[in-house]
Design a protein around this ligand. Structure first.
Ligand SMILES: [Zn+2]
Length: 270
């Protein structure tokens, strides 16, 4: 199994996104003037396993509009095709895309993909419900053209500390797990690598490892308690299995993955 980090540009968010206020200020501050944090990468992931190439998320495109709390820094040259080429991969070889959740910086790159696209049925139901529809219109964040993913259910029973999961590969080494919180149907994808460690492609469950350990809900989660519960489950899972935790916007994710792969290759060599 080989996992590649793909980077499709960057996003700059307000500090109130990363360190939200409490009560009504939590979401209100996003729309008020405030300080901005440093740019964060927009990662998505490619998994080569058993002759199948899968993507987890598809990154952002240059067309994306800014919102009051997030400023996109993506050029055409940084979109998915170039990110794939930089990893020595071709989009023509992708058989399946799994979406962690339906925010633009994870799904807009679908315009470049022709393969099968999968999303948690709960997330797709949420995407089509009135509030997200209104927000997409107000913030001018349309779904990518032709957005019509197939749905899956997290009906595969427990996986580690996660009560609900769904195997994505036939051998069960690539598994979607329930990490609802950032959005109601958010999933993470756990890959059991060749050395048996768990590589967790965590989407926007948190923006950093620090946020995970701090159990700090973000400013956009519909219910902060549900978001914190997801983090507690992840920490419980990490305590059970050696896990490399890779959120989509953590500047340290690429280095953590590179370190993991080096160790895995060393294990194989001995
Ligand atoms: Zn994101």
């Amino acid at each position: 199994m080989k996992i590649h980090a793909l980077t499709t540009g960057a996003v700059r968010v307000k500090r109130s996104f990363l360190f939200p206020g409490h009560g009504p200020r939590r979401q209100l501050n996003l729309f008020l003037p405030g300080a901005w944090a440093d740019s964060l990468p927009i990662h998505c992931w490619a998994i080569e396993h058993d002759g199948v190439l899968r993507l987890v998320d598809t990154g952002e495109t240059a067309e994306a509009r800014n919102v009051p709390f997030a400023c996109m820094e993506v050029t055409r040259e940084q979109e998915l095709p170039a990110a794939m080429a930089a990893a020595g991969l071709s989009l023509d070889d992708v058989s399946e895309v799994v979406l962690t959740h339906a925010h633009g910086d994870h799904i807009d790159g679908l315009v470049h993909v022709r393969g099968r696209v999968l999303i948690n049925e709960v997330e797709l139901r949420y995407v089509r419900s009135p509030f997200p529809r209104v927000m997409r219109r107000v913030l001018r964040q349309p779904l990518p053209a032709g957005f019509a993913p197939e749905t899956f259910a997290l009906d595969g029973g427990p996986f580690g500390a996660f009560a609900r999961s769904r195997a994505l590969s036939a051998d069960g080494r690539i598994v979607a797990v329930d990490t609802r919180g950032h959005t109601p149907g958010h999933v993470s994808v756990i890959c059991v690598d060749d050395s048996g460690r768990h590589v967790m492609l965590a989407g926007d469950t948190t923006d950093s490892l620090e946020q995970l350990h701090a159990l700090r809900a973000d400013a956009v989660a519909p219910d902060p308690k549900v978001h914190v519960a997801a983090m507690e489950t992840i920490l419980a899972h990490c305590a059970q299995h050696p896990t490399i935790y890779l959120p989509s916007h953590d500047p340290q994710s690429t280095a953590r993955l590179a370190g993991a792969l080096t160790s895995a290759e060393m294990t194989v060599a001995t």
